[in-house]
Design a protein around this ligand. Structure first.
Ligand code: CA
Length: 101
């Protein structure tokens, strides 16, 4: 079953189009990083709107957001590792190293 899923995923990935000079893996990572990093901005906009609507800031919500955003540092470190592409072939170097093993 897992082999079938793996084969299906390889088939899908091999048929995905290239985007400009960048091949898909780096492009996907950039899109997900952008989406993930835009979430705090969305929260802040909604929090300010809530403050404006209710007339007082929801400090408990802000505190919760601050505490849960600590995980963001981990995600940024992970993404920074995967965005390194020294040979500029569009494939993150970390993934290339895994392929050659
Ligand atoms: Ca590379």
């Amino acid at each position: 079953m897992i082999a079938k899923i793996e084969g299906l995923l390889k088939l899908v990935v091999s048929n995905l189009p290239k985007v400009g000079k960048a091949k898909l893996p780096l492009w996907v990572i950039i899109v997900f990083a952008t989406l993930y990093l835009s979430l705090p901005l969305l929260f802040i906009i909604a929090w300010i709107d809530d403050w404006k609507t209710t007339g007082k800031p929801d400090l408990v919500m802000l505190d919760t957001f601050t505490k849960t955003s600590a995980g963001t540092t981990t995600v940024i470190a992970f993404l920074a590792t995967y965005l390194v592409d020294k040979d500029r072939n569009g494939i993150p170097d970390t993934l290339e190293k895994e392929e050659t093993k």
